[in-house]
Design a binder for this molecule. Structure first.
Ligand code: DHB
Ligand code: FE
Length: 279
């Protein structure tokens, strides 16, 4: 049977992707951020997963306010990088795993998660920047990818608890897939940031660091956090952190934190990265 071999939580700030694409990662502004990514990249290169399930949010690229799926799974063979206004990022297309994606859809719907099926979906920075953070600039991404788009843009977003339970159901689905795929799961977005309004630029490092601690040791406690609490404490876009709970729900109760990195700022955002393995 397929198995989940690790989980990655990471920010997906567009300017991090632009720094990689533009060859700026050694510049003084960016160097301290990228210095913290090396060990995680090595971990992925050694772990060699066959598939990554990436929980991310679309930022009005594939979906707009006329169509807002709460959870959508990409079942396509290929997902092109989205044009977010400056042309698509110069990154390889993302190759899917339709068999496992359809198995996820079937298993999750049987488990009473009403998943939207996306047979076409351009993928924006929410998905491609985490790939670049973990894989740098390969000719082709080193693994298949199943995109899991989560609505964190338009009220009402799913609760953190719902996201955690979805992760648990994804774990059950992977465990029953008749294959030998080794799977990693990503939760992306965050950490604290607010892109709009009077509090634009808000960063709450204390909250972010406590979030990573609790995610490791007591994720059930984090599932009690209300969406309004994320927004108050971590900024209006800090609510993206609920997607890290999907990743954590798909792992064992006990995990080892094999790497982590936290850096402020990446544009006006706190950038975090954590890698977990089952203990
Ligand atoms: C920005 C956009 C994001 O989607 C995000 O998660 C963080 C930062 C930005 O535009 O700076
Ligand atoms: Fe975002």
């Amino acid at each position: 049977m397929a198995e989940i071999v690790g989980g990655i939580g990471t920010s997906h700030v567009p300017s991090i992707g632009a720094a990689i694409d533009g060859g700026k990662t050694d510049e003084p502004y960016w160097q301290p951020l990228f210095a913290g990514y090396g060990a995680a990249r090595e971990w992925l290169a050694e772990t060699k997963p066959d598939v990554a399930i990436i929980a991310f949010n679309d930022h009005a690229s594939a979906f707009f306010l006329d169509l807002v799926p709460t959870f959508a799974i990409g079942t396509a063979e290929v997902f092109p990088p989205a044009d977010e206004g400056f042309g698509p990022r110069p990154v390889p297309p993302v190759h899917g795993h339709p068999d496992l994606a359809w198995h996820l859809v079937e298993s999750l719907v049987a488990d009473e998660f009403d998943i939207t099926i996306a047979q076409e979906m351009p993928v924006d920075h929410g998905l491609t920047v985490p790939l670049s953070i973990m894989c740098d600039q390969p000719e082709e991404w080193p693994m298949k990818v199943i995109p899991l788009a989560v609505n964190v843009i338009q009220y009402p977003q799913p609760t953190g608890r719902r996201c955690y339970r979805l992760g648990q159901a994804i774990r059950d689905a992977v465990d029953t897939f008749p294959g030998d795929e080794r799977v990693v799961i990503f939760g992306t977005g965050g950490m604290s940031h607010q892109l709009q309004g009077e509090r634009a630029g808000l960063i709450n490092s204390e909250f972010d660091r406590a979030f990573i601690e609790e995610l490791e040791h007591d994720p059930e406690a984090l599932t009690e956090l209300k969406r309004a609490t994320y927004m108050r404490e971590a900024g209006s876009e800090g609510v993206e952190l609920i997607m890290w709970l999907i990743m954590r729900g798909a792992l064992d109760d006990e995990v080892d934190r094999v790497h982590w990195h936290y850096h402020v700022p990446a544009s006006n955002t706190a950038a975090g990265l954590v890698v977990f393995e089952n203990a």
